[in-house]
Design a protein around this ligand. Structure first.
Ligand code: 7RM
Length: 631
């Protein structure tokens, strides 16, 4: 399963194209299956229907835990670094993690959870988050982790969409110098969530919380009532493992569904190969487990490979902007996997807090979540990797389950800002607007995939038609990523960003339609249009054009803006707050009523010299007004 040279990469790649079933069957042999599969792959991209390792039976936690006990039961599986560096951390060996997962799995059972039930997890970055995730997987319950930065309304939407039976949360969370109430947010959410029968609450901040009799129970008390004996549920390879909500260009976030067998094989294979993980290495992925990066490269991928994975509760700038380097130095981190936005924000503080740490343990640096600009790439390379650590710029999505296009550390020659080459099993294709393949090198187009890999999403929860429409209908026969892409003279891929109405703000994926809906819920707002604009640190910032009833540009415009931000925070969460709000009296629309976002994007970018063709506009005068008032 391990690629060691560029020749081996090329051989593996060729084989994965010539005989994908045989290629993935060999890799899947490296895992523990209760029963072997009878057919490796069945698929079509029209329904779509993709099934891997058909008939195979397994439990992913037997692969992430049980399997390692004999050989590395006493090796750390998880190292937890708290928000406050003066608080003691926690190290869980594989045996300890196994024990705690089994116990919490029994707690879930005690509270009525059975195979197939959905469990919503809303926790800070504490070991219990990984424990809760794995406990669900152990008993065949489907986890739906919701990032701690989402609002009560967003939690409620996700709980209702998946009809979750149980919620696992904490009293509160520490993030930098802030204390964030979690349970009270869950309480607000649950007013509109009739499917929820039980709430399991762990204590973290010990802030006072309301505990409803018959519904709310304490994590710590529950685990005392159970044994650590919990046999793993036998799962079909295509049984659902988890749902993870992600934003698209229209409507509410979709519940991306991943299944047990293919996801496991893909997360582990890509972890091992992209980062060239060696036994005993310490892996530090700075993402939150509330995003796919945390699912695949903090929890499942590393644990399936028997690695030691760091869970960091805090933020890169607390108590100071040297926190990442503290952690690298303290635990002798070998693999560091972070986002360009973090690199860009730390770059701005200079080298003082970098150079007073020993970073010599680092072997591999990873980047994920958004395009990495040349300057950040070089800063990472020069000052963190000291020009001796390969940088892997890993391109992938919630829907892909794992990394699709990336260098293999130390093996693929890197090129700043390029995700370079597809991993074995991945068959990218660039197409033009009409879906016609763009062949050859030195070209760009819309990035699609023409063949399934084991980690591809299977459906969007409760709405398969939406899955088909979103990913498989734009270009029949292809999976459409929503990203634009350039293929250079060497056949190297560079992702240029979304071509749809999805924003990437600090590596967080946010739909413009979602933000518009939230703004439109604000009193007095008639209509709004949201676009992205280049932001030095966040990658993209959110620019909102808002029409209000009456005169919003009057003396209380600033106050109204702050109120709108409060509404967006309440409806979606603080991560979706616009950076700029411009009040306008109209929006540039075509005669058929479509907002011309191209024009709004140009103005938000500060480039008003050439707005392109505006002849189809209903009222061209509105553009001059918007230009004049641009922020
Ligand atoms: C892993 C993750 C997916 C979107 C994707 C891209 C962008 C992710 C890179 C990247 C350029 C990268 N999942 N993206 N990685 N763009 N280079 N290395 O982020 O579902 O939250 O977002 O993120 O636009 O479509 S995600």
């Amino acid at each position: 399963m391990r690629i060691r040279t560029f020749d081996e990469y090329q051989t593996a790649y060729q084989k994965s194209v010539d005989d994908p079933e045989e290629f993935w069957a060999e890799i899947a042999q490296n895992f523990q299956w209760r029963k072997p599969w009878t057919k490796t792959l069945q698929w079509n991209f029209t329904e779509p229907s993709v099934k891997w390792f058909i008939g195979g039976k397994l439990n992913i936690t037997e692969n992430c835990l049980d399997r390692h006990l004999a050989e590395r039961g006493d090796q750390p599986a998880i190292i937890w670094e708290p928000n406050d560096p003066n608080e003691a951390g926690v190290t869980l060996t594989y045996r300890m993690l196994f024990d705690q997962v089994c116990r919490f799995a029994n707690v879930l059972k005690r509270n009525g959870v059975v195979k197939g039930d959905r469990v919503c997890i809303y926790l800070p970055m504490v070991p219990e988050l990984a424990i809760a995730v794995l406990a669900c997987a152990r008993i065949g319950a489907v986890h739906s982790v919701v990032f701690g930065g989402f609002s009560a309304q967003s939690i409620a939407d996700r709980i209702n969409d998946a009809q979750c039976k149980v919620v696992v949360t904490a009293d509160g969370a520490y993030r930098g110098n802030k204390e964030i109430p979690l349970k009270s947010t869950v309480d607000d959410a649950l007013i509109g969530c009739p499917s929820v029968q039980k709430v399991i609450v762990m204590t973290r901040t010990r802030t006072p919380v309301s505990m409803l009799k018959g519904r709310d129970v304490w994590w710590e008390q529950e685990v005392k009532q159970v044994t650590a004996d919990c046999p793993a549920e036998e799962m079909d390879a295509e049984d659902m493992l988890f749902i993870l909500y992600t934003s698209g260009s229209t409507g509410k976030p979709k519940g991306v569904v991943h299944t047990c067998g293919g996801y496991m094989v893909y997360a582990a294979y890509t972890f091992q190969n992209v980062f060239q993980y060696e036994p005993g290495q310490i892996h530090f992925c700075t993402a939150d487990i509330g995003w796919i990066t945390g699912h695949s490269y903090i929890v499942y991928g590393p644990l399936a490979c028997g690695a030691t994975s760091i869970i960091f509760e805090g933020v890169p700038t607390y108590p100071d902007y040297g926190r990442f380097w503290d952690i690298v130095d303290k635990y002798k981190v070998n693999i560091l996997y972070t986002a360009p936005t973090a690199i860009r924000s730390l770059m701005g503080f200079g080298l003082e807090k970098v150079d007073n740490h020993d970073l010599s343990s680092l072997d591999v640096l990873g980047s994920v979540g958004e395009p990495i600009n040349e300057e950040a790439w070089h800063w990472y390379d020069d000052h963190i990797g000291k020009n001796r650590c390969p940088i892997v710029d890993t391109w992938w999505q919630t829907e892909t389950g794992g990394i699709l296009i990336s260098p293999i550390a130390g093996i693929t020659k890197t090129k700043p800002t390029y995700a370079t080459l597809p991993l074995p099993g991945v068959q990218p294709i660039l197409v033009d607007e009409n879906g016609k393949e763009i062949e050859g090198n030195g070209v760009s187009g819309n990035l699609c995939m023409k063949f399934p890999w084991p980690g591809i999403l299977r459906t969007t929860y409760g709405d398969h038609e939406r899955c088909r429409q979103t990913y498989f209908a734009t270009y029949p026969g292809l999976y459409f990523t929503g990203d634009g892409c350039l293929r250079d003279e060497d056949g190297y891929y560079r992702i240029t960003g979304r071509v749809d109405d999805v924003l990437n703000v600090s590596g967080h994926r946010i739909g413009t339609a979602e933000v518009e809906n939230a703004i439109n819920m604000h009193t007095g707002v008639v209509e709004s249009a949201v676009v992205g604009y280049p932001h030095d640190i966040k990658g993209q910032g959110i620019y909102a054009y808002v029409i209000t009833e009456g005169d919003a540009g009057g003396h209380d415009a600033e106050l109204t803006k702050r109120d709108i931000l409060a509404t967006v925070s309440r409806v979606i969460g603080p991560i979706a707050k616009p950076d700029k709000i411009q009040f306008v009296s109209g929006l540039p629309k075509t005669r058929s009523g479509k907002i011309m976002r191209r024009i709004l994007r140009k103005i938000a970018e500060g480039d008003t010299s050439n707005l392109g063709d505006t002849t189809t506009l209903l009222d061209p005068a509105v553009v001059d007004e918007i230009k004049a008032g641009a922020l």
